[in-house]
Design a protein around this ligand. Structure first.
Ligand code: NAI
Length: 713
């Protein structure tokens, strides 16, 4: 018997079945790392010595089956040759398992992702607990990686190229029932006992199994890349992929290439090809950027690195003021997380309208199988609609989402505070008004905070928490815990005009307009935005925000700055905005902005633009892309320098989750690491000389270059 401290427990029973139980000591999930590799090698060596072996069951003692590769070991991804060898070694073990000559069954008692699912695919039969909380799939691509433990080769051979693509290239994860329907697993079991009983029964019935791909005459389901039908699909698949990635993501391209080429090769050659592709993408800058953001920094945030070290708080009842576009969304996600909600508007009827929209959102989830009808009813039952502030009694937290108007916000704050208990927190969802100023109208500014949600609330993962001058640590802790509770990602910023996200996002749209003012073709500007990795071009997104709203915010800002005796900024975008508004082009909601919005067709760029902004030379695509990205990155550095941002992780995650900053760059500050700090500063100076001060590198960057810093970590 192996010592219990090993990563895999080896137990043989009277029926000569060996159960390998994955149970990494000291960790809450099993992962693939060196210790696992050594344990697997030892278990395989021991299996070879068994003379009367009936079969093998692989299961886990943890809540999940296996999470995948251990990314804490990410230094492994420094050297391509080493990555290749690591991948080959792991695969040699998996291959040995499936060619053992004895039945091997994966008994999936929990989630199997990435390397965990690859291990399962190297078994002859896969049975999973029928628990909708379990997930099965390959998330690698979302971190800029590809499944490098045989996942590409085996899944394509198991279910065919076309069926495998969404799992491999989009990182689609499914519950056991869907996994069975898609052919990822073979069987379901009601509980752990049934799981093991079924595994044993399968072993007894299949004493000499072979993987489909090892059987003589094997043909890939749906045909390999040379069969006429697949050739047709493959003629357009790369173009469709490009349309989504703009060539910015090497991993999905490598996956497609590996799957397609691999389908025409023998198993071992295809497998080696996959290891080589894995080594190439794993050591790429994109993988480094994405792992840094979506693994390390996201984990850092979720573990509460920016939360004051105070005891955990529990928020049970939340008041939401305003049942409009933002308010109903906030009420919905709060109730879905199991909290009681008081939804207040000017009248109960108005609040009820908001609740109706919540019912529609919930129904959508029901029809997609993501919520049961009972859950929907329970969710709606948790929401009390009202027109009276008296119903706010007993709320631990009240969030206002009324019109963006200082006096109105002051009034609803006072109204709510009169009903709230001494410890309760009041939060504003304002998108532009500084929190410290709003808190001046509160009787309890220490318990006043900003909770900036994004639209549509039910889809956007980020909440920007804004700490005012007087906001206490207790208040921040409560707000932070609430955001995690509703399953969103909190970033914490200090008060400033536009906070972090709106302020930096604004530089992107303004730069798009500056390009237009300088005579660049609107279509080229939009293409540069998309090619830069932004989800929407700068002109299209301006229309969506609404040009009139942008003008309103600008006027408010100018008025505030004038009152404070501060200098008024100027920007080439201002003239563009004035010109557009003078033409009564207010944005998408009004059916006319930079685009035309025909009721019976697709939007298109307004043909009147070239008259208003006459063409004047052509900048290269690369130049426009860098202008659009640098301007955001530089403003982020200013936020960091001014202390608006408190951490690098918040800057990066906030930029990606908040306004969709190029995910393959790993966020606004990681962009500088990717570019090279000194090179970034040089290039900023060049852009500043050509286009203006907004590109001048802030002092912080110069100091960092001086100090030979490696970047923002
Ligand atoms: P909205 O116009 O859709 O909703 C505002 C709601 O407040 C209306 O239902 C109105 O009847 C209600 N209301 C007015 N006076 C009230 C009172 N005394 N008591 C209770 N309810 C009252 O506005 P929207 O878009 O939901 O914005 C609300 C807030 O959220 C604003 O501060 C806005 O700046 C902010 N915000 C908006 C975002 C957006 O994308 N629309 C994004 C982030 C923040």
């Amino acid at each position: 018997m192996m010592p219990e401290t090993e990563a895999i427990r080896y137990e043989k029973d009277e029926q000569q079945i060996v159960t390998l139980t994955l149970d990494m000591p000291g960790r809450h999930a099993n992962v693939i790392n060196q210790a696992f590799g050594a344990a697997l090698a030892a278990a395989l060596a021991r299996l070879q010595t068994e003379t009367d072996l009936a079969g093998v069951i692989i299961t886990s003692a943890k809540k999940t089956f296996m999470a995948g590769a251990d990314l804490e070991d990410v230094d492994l991804f420094n050297d391509a040759a080493q990555v290749f060898q690591g991948s080959e070694a792991l695969k040699a073990g998996f291959r040995q398992l499936e060619t053992l000559g004895k039945p091997v069954v994966a008994a999936l008692n929990g989630t199997a992702l990435g390397g965990g699912f690859e291990l399962a695919l190297a078994c002859h039969h896969r049975i999973a607990l029928d628990d909708p909380g379990i997930k099965i799939g390959f998330p690698e691509v979302t971190l800029g990686l590809l499944p490098g433990g045989g996942g590409v080769v085996r899944l394509t051979r198991l279910i065919g190229l076309q069926n495998a693509f969404p799992f491999l290239m989009e990182g689609k994860q499914v519950k056991p029932q869907e996994a069975k329907a898609a052919g990822l697993i073979d069987d379901l079991a009601a509980d752990r006992e049934a799981l093991l009983a079924k595994a044993r029964a399968w072993i007894a019935a299949h004493p000499k199994p072979q993987q489909p791909w090892d059987q003589p005459g094997y043909k890939m389901p749906g045909g390999n890349a040379q069969s006429p039908k697949v050739v047709q699909m493959l003629a357009i698949a790369p173009a469709m992929l490009r349309k989504q990635t703009y060539g910015n993501y090497p991993a999905p391209e490598a996956i497609m290439r590996t799957a397609v080429l691999g389908s025409t090769l023998d198993f071992d050659t295809a497998s080696r090809l996959e290891s080589r592709a894995f080594a190439a993408v794993a050591t790429s800058k994109v993988a480094r950027n994405m792992i840094t953001a979506f693994w390390f920094q996201l984990n850092e945030i979720n573990k509460g690195a920016r939360r004051p070290a105070l005891p955990p708080t529990e928020t049970r009842k939340v008041g939401v003021l305003g049942a409009g576009m933002m308010g109903h969304g906030i009420a919905y996600v709060t109730a879905w997380a199991g909290l009681d909600v008081v939804l207040k508007d000017v009248s109960q009827e108005k609040a009820e309208e908001g609740k109706q929209k919540i019912a529609v959102l919930a129904q959508k989830r029901v029809s997609r199988g993501q919520m049961t009808a009972d859950q929907k009813q329970a969710l709606l039952d948790r929401i009390l609609t009202t027109g009276s502030a008296a119903d706010l009694q007993g709320c631990d937290l009240v969030i206002e989402a009324v019109f963006e108007d200082r006096d109105l916000k002051a009034r609803v704050t006072a109204e709510a505070e009169a009903q709230m208990a001494g410890t309760a927190v009041f939060a504003s969802n304002t998108s532009t008004l500084p929190i410290t100023g709003l808190a001046e109208r509160s009787a309890r500014p220490e318990q006043f905070i900003g909770l900036h949600f994004f639209s549509p609330v039910e889809r956007m993962k980020l909440v920007e928490i804004i700490v005012g001058e007087k906001t206490s640590d207790e208040t921040l802790a409560r707000a932070f815990d609430y955001v995690l509770k509703i399953r969103k990602t909190p970033i914490v910023v200090n008060d400033s005009r536009g906070f972090y996200t709106s302020r930096v996002f604004g530089t992107y749209v303004n730069e798009g307009m500056a390009l237009l003012a300088a005579g660049q073709h609107p279509r080229a500007i939009e293409a540069a935005g998309l090619q830069a990795g932004m989800p929407v071009g700068p002109l299209a997104v301006s229309d969506e925000v609404s040009l009139s709203l942008m003008q309103h915010v600008r006027q408010q800002t100018m008025a505030d700055l004038a009152t404070a005796g501060q200098p008024l900024p100027d920007h080439p975008a201002f003239k563009v905005l004035d010109t557009m508004l003078a033409q009564s082009r207010f944005g998408k909601a009004h059916g006319a902005g930079f685009y035309e919005y025909p009721t019976d067709g697709q939007k298109y760029l307004w043909p009147g633009l070239p008259q208003l902004f006459p063409p004047n030379g052509r900048l290269s695509l690369a130049e426009m892309i860098e202008r659009l990205l640098f301007v955001q990155v530089l403003e982020t550095v200013r936020c960091y320098e001014e202390g608006v941002l408190r951490s690098v992780a918040d800057a990066n995650i906030g930029s990606i989750f908040g306004w969709g900053f190029a995910p393959f760059k790993g966020g606004t500050l990681q962009y500088i690491n990717d570019y090279g700090l000194a090179q970034f500063v040089d290039r900023s100076r060049e852009l500043a000389a050509r286009y203006g001060n907004r590109f001048t590198p802030p002092g912080l960057l110069l100091e960092m270059v001086e100090a030979k810093s490696t970047g923002f970590y």
